[in-house]
Design a protein around this ligand. Sequence first.
Ligand SMILES: Nc1ncnc2c1ncn2[C@@H]1O[C@H](COP(=O)(O)OP(=O)(O)OP(=O)(O)O)[C@@H](O)[C@H]1O
Ligand SMILES: [Mg+2]
Length: 259
Amino acid sequence: MKIAVSGKGGVGKTFIAGTLASLLVKAGQKVIAIDADPSPNLAVTLGLSPDESAGIVPIAENEQLIRQKTGTEFSGIFRLTFTVNDIIDNYTVPTPSGVNLIVMGTIRSMGAGCMCAANSVIKALLRHLVVERNELVILDMEAGIEHLGRGTAEHVDILIVVTDATLKSLDIARSICNIAMKSNIARIGLVGNRITDPRQEDVVRLFAERNRLKIFATIPYDQQVAEAGITGVAVDEKSSLAIPAIRILADVLMKTDGA
Ligand SMILES: Nc1ncnc2c1ncn2[C@@H]1O[C@H](COP(=O)(O)OP(=O)(O)OP(=O)(O)O)[C@@H](O)[C@H]1O
Ligand SMILES: [Mg+2]
């Protein structure tokens, strides 16, 4: 199963993607998490220290790897066919959560000058992870699914669009869903995050009804999670308000009856 997590900046994508990935490992799944955000920070949510996280070289910035994969003897000309399965073996980072992490780095639109070679490696790698691997793959995305490119996006099984109760994040959630609906993704749904009270929950529910969108789960505001965002200290599962809600989300997603 391939799950992509998107939504407005700062809405909680990384926290949800990382926690979901960790919970699915605990439930016996083999999980690869992909950090496809230009400023990656999924590693900390998966239990690595901020220093360890900072030490990970994103694939797009690994010049030696990019050159080895795409280089030819002619300057400015690069190879378009290369193997990528070995990149998974050599560059995924094991994390204390049991999730294997792969940090992509910035994915630019094609034609963005000298980034082409790095871009083609990332696109091929994403395609391999989403289309050809058997592991459960969770993608923490920058915004929408456009970066995935055709041929990859349509192999995503579930798109989680994270939103809080603000107009702006709901508006972005709507645009992401509208684009995603054209891409054949089987299950698209909202996750309402950082919900502080019933009124905020109602706002998200009403929005979903009006736009005929499904809500996979709502996750309460959790002071511990907010604090973890500041200190980098892991959230204590036992006293967390948000983690049980993400466990419910995991159960909903693992049901394969399309509910
Ligand atoms: N349910 C929650 N309760 C309280 N704080 C939360 C909750 N979910 C996320 N946060 C906090 O909100 C901040 C943003 O979360 P996160 O980094 O996961 O968002 P993001 O969507 O990945 O952001 P970006 O777009 O910058 O990648 C973090 O400090 C995180 O700890
Ligand atoms: Mg993030």
